[in-house]
Unconditional design. Sequence first.
Length: 249
Amino acid sequence: MFSLDGQAAFVTGAGQGLGAAIAQGLAEAGAGVMLADIDAAAVEAVAARLRGAGHRCLAMALDVRDEAAFAACFEAAVAHFGAIDVMVNNAALTPPTSLWDITAGEWDEVMAVNLRGSFFGCRIAGLHMRERRAGRIVNLGSIAGQQASAATGVHYAASKAGLLALTRAFAQELAADGVTVNAIAPAAIRSPLLEAMDPARQQALLGAIPLGRFGEPREVAATVVYLASAAGAFTTGATLDLNGGRAMR
């Protein structure tokens, strides 16, 4: 039920961290993967590594803030793979700026990448999947969009809260067309951002997690694979929490 053999996926922000792990997880499940990232060299390096392991991959530079570029990149993926079955909106900025110090420009940039870019991804993929009457869209949210967090800026949190509303709206719109739309809300996951934090801040985050450890990128990838596969076919409009028990409900 978890096989993605014969399918194809599109992952934004795939040049490092969670995006790279998600692309690898989808590839290992059998999907061909389009890896897109604003950093052309980084995303090509990830794709080259996956191709070296025998997976079907394509890499392209993409600024998700540019709707026309997003549409062109998606069409290139469709031309290469024949269709896109899974869309993963992962690209995001995560500046830790204090709410007292965020400039209007920084606020707009975070919203443009995290929320507007995901809106473009949902709409572009949604139109393609609606015509095919099948598909999966997975949006990468965050626990920061559900509760206050000292680990991220308020603009990041606001963008992720908006993403959850966006997920529900597209899920409602596309349900009759056989397309599911879901979100994942991780807490502290091992990533370049987490590893760049000072040890005291890392310990503070760790102390708030009942399981007593940070999440692993492969665990996020596994959740994406679940939602993309036949196993997740009856799940839509949902937000799946990956937080080690930090927020129980």
